[in-house]
Design a protein around this ligand. Structure first.
Ligand code: GDP
Length: 458
């Protein structure tokens, strides 16, 4: 399904303009391709440069040269366990596309989604749970999801599964040993011993399943996005509404550079509140990444609050918006508040809520309005994020069930002896299911589904 013998290339930096862009190449010809387009500043050609080196130089492109650095990771000491080169250059999308086109014209293949990680997995660099952790990391948007993804990534699940498989292998050798030497007067394992080891194993797997469920929950919480111009008070509002002191709030416009998310308790249940960089059309290009992240967050939210600064009121932009929040109301008197609310309502046709992140005034009413809106919307479950963990959960659950069936079969010494073959079948089943988590036994079709969730270049 995945061809790993050729050389693939992709832009692996996020879409949009940025100070730096990355083209990634991996495969047997990665070094050759790199040396055709990249001239190191020192005289040493690319193929003679040491592994793990960062080489300053220039990329030859469209009849000119532009400054770049090449990062070389040689087989097998690379992410994909094949030669891997990253060319870092100015992050202009047109430029990166041009270089990629050139590489493809010269014989490299455009990488499909997740193909770099697929190679890392297939070549034995990482386990399946870790690969899924990477997929989750790429799509994670909140701190909670991020740390859940990191735990996956560090192979926690693979480790649990690997330890459990060893225990199963040990038990299997005893159960099968008893079968093979049924006529010998040797006691390999008593039914009591077998049951107690299986019970301990099942409860360890249950605990892992429960921990996984708690981590997954964050992936399916409704998302509430705070949008609005820099300095409108979004970070202060996030702090106020969540009761946390997380966002950096400062009087300098544009201090919220990237997404921040925090869990929030609503009358209808938990939700995530997300603060992104203020969308300000006048900001300079260096903010592009943050702005892109903001647009992606808009796309991904269940409810969007446009925060308007009462001290510098401007009508919210005609983008998607559900509730207008007029913040810093402590700076206005009641009449001023009324007038401004009426104006914003007339301009947008939306519900306007006056609050003060500074004093907390109006915040309870805002939370109630958010709850009501979410209830009215009956937000859909985010299947994709949930799906990330579904294979894990199914595998763990199936393994646990097989172990429980084995426990039932081993009710007494007499039964354990009579049903030894069936017990062995269940233990094999459990080990096979866990093998999916350590990446040892993975059907092709499942692999395809997993790596299809990645973005290209990862
Ligand atoms: P952001 O850029 O939208 O995240 O805005 P911040 O939360 O960083 O707030 C910008 C400035 O407005 C900071 O100096 C805050 O202290 C101030 N601020 C935020 N909310 C209020 C409020 O309700 N009342 C007053 N008076 N100032 C506020």
């Amino acid at each position: 399904m995945f061809d790993t013998g050729d050389t693939i290339a992709a832009v692996s930096s996020p879409p949009g303009a940025a100070p730096r862009g990355i083209i990634r190449l991996t495969g047997p010809d990665a070094l050759r391709f790199a040396s055709n387009w990249f001239d190191p500043d020192d005289a040493l050609p690319v193929h003679a440069q040491p592994s793990w080196s960062r080489i300053p130089g220039r990329v030859r492109l469209a009849g000119t040269t532009i400054p770049a650095t090449a990062h070389i990771f040689r087989n097998p000491r690379s992410y994909t366990r094949a030669d891997l080169v990253e060319l870092h250059l100015l992050g202009a999308p047109g430029l990166l596309a041009l270089l990629l086109d050139d590489l493809v014209a010269a014989g490299a293949r455009r990488a499909g989604p997740g193909e770099f990680t697929a190679r890392a997995f297939i070549n034995g660099g990482i386990g399946l749970a870790e690969a899924q952790g990477i997929a989750a990391l790429i799509s994670a948007q909140s701190d909670a999801e991020l740390s859940a993804a990191r735990r996956l990534l560090t192979g926690q699940l693979s480790t649990v599964a690997a330890v459990a498989r060893e225990e199963l292998a040990d038990l299997l050798s005893l159960v099968e040993g008893a079968l093979d030497f049924a006529d010998e007067p040797i006691d390999f394992i008593t039914a009591d011993q077998l049951r107690s080891r299986l019970v301990a194993l099942a409860s360890r797997l249950d605990a892992t399943l429960a921990a996984g469920a708690a981590a997954e929950r964050f992936g399916v919480l409704p998302r509430i996005l705070l949008a609005g111009r820099p300095n409108a008070g979004k970070s202060s509002l996030l702090n106020r509404l969540t009761g946390l002191d997380r966002a950096i709030s400062s009087p300098i416009a544009g201090t919220t550079r990237d997404r921040l998310a925090a869990p929030i308790k609503l009358p209808i249940g938990d939700a995530l509140i997300i603060d992104v960089a203020g969308v300000d059309p006048s900001t300079e290009q260096i903010n592009q990444l943050a702005q892109d992240s903001a647009s992606a967050a808009v796309h991904d939210s269940d409810l969007i609050l446009q925060v308007v600064d009462a001290a510098a009121p401007v009508d919210p932009p005609a983008t998607r918006c559900d509730i207008v929040v007029l913040n810093k109301c402590d700076l206005l008197d009641a009449a001023g508040r009324e007038k401004l609310s009426a104006r914003l309502h007339a301009a947008t046709g939306l519900e306007v809520r006056s609050v003060s992140a500074a004093t907390g005034a109006g915040c309870d009413e805002l939370l109630a309005a958010i709850s009501e809106s979410l209830r009215a919307r009956r937000m859909d479950v985010r299947e994709q994020q949930l799906a990330l963990a579904v294979e894990h959960r199914d595998a763990l659950a199936a393994a646990t069930q097989a172990i429980r069936r084995a426990i039932d079969l081993a009710a007494s010494d007499a039964r354990a002896r009579a049903d030894a073959e069936l017990i062995a079948v269940e233990l094999h089943e459990a080990a096979d299911r866990l093998g999916m988590l350590t990446g040892e036994l993975v059907p092709d079709e499942l692999l395809g589904r997993i790596f299809a969730r990645f973005c290209i270049g990862k």
